[in-house]
Design a binder for this molecule. Sequence first.
Ligand SMILES: Nc1ncnc2c1ncn2[C@@H]1O[C@H](COP(=O)(O)OP(=O)(O)OP(=O)(O)O)[C@@H](O)[C@H]1O
Length: 231
Amino acid sequence: MAIFECSGLTKTYGAKKALSNVNLSVEKGRIIGLLGPNGSGKSTLLKLCNGLLTPTAGTLTIGGSAPGIQTKQIVSYLPEHTYLADWMKVSDVLNFFSDFYKDFSVPKAEEMLTNLKIGKTEQLKTLSKGTKEKVQLILVMARQAQLYLLDEPIGGVDPAARDYILNTIIKNYNPEASVVISTHLIADIERVLDDVIFLKDGEVVLTSSVDDIREEKGVSVDALFREVFKC
Ligand SMILES: Nc1ncnc2c1ncn2[C@@H]1O[C@H](COP(=O)(O)OP(=O)(O)OP(=O)(O)O)[C@@H](O)[C@H]1O
């Protein structure tokens, strides 16, 4: 059964069409790269999935329901911008998440913090931008969700931490769950992907498994992306 489906999904901001007639189906147990140039509609799609925006036209379901209170319990979302209050300590945000989400695992979050050498007593405002991003991703990945929506999760972090984070994503997630990752860092991330979705000017121009791209086209996802989106 699909964990996420949309049909005829369209979103306009005033006269600007950010997504146009998007039809997608995401199966359980897949890691999917949501790829496209700047302004192609990736964040808009993830915000629609999370109920932060409402569609202009079309339908969208997660686990069979429209985005709402019910779907928030099964979706773990990493937004493109940080939303945590700066005065909080790392331990405060752990408590906050643990109060808010029944599926949040404090030991799992603590293990990831230790591995990335982030102290629980540190205040968010004293952390570097990349470290703050790591904390946010740890919070999102420490939930036992059915669908993880990660909007550019590794953009701000150094290459060594990227590897740890990607390995964490693979290791941590339950095989019944799916992960959608929007990113420009395709070469870094493609080893963990099962499938890709290419978006261009708000339209889906390709959906494929990564194996098919490698076997049938004989190229990497990164190389295919550069070919499809050549400026
Ligand atoms: N609040 C808004 N008001 C008006 N236009 C918007 C708004 N948010 C996004 N857009 C426009 O919608 C289009 C899609 O934007 P979106 O942020 O979804 O793209 P993206 O693929 O995530 O881009 P990037 O890779 O740069 O983050 C862009 O043309 C953008 O300018």
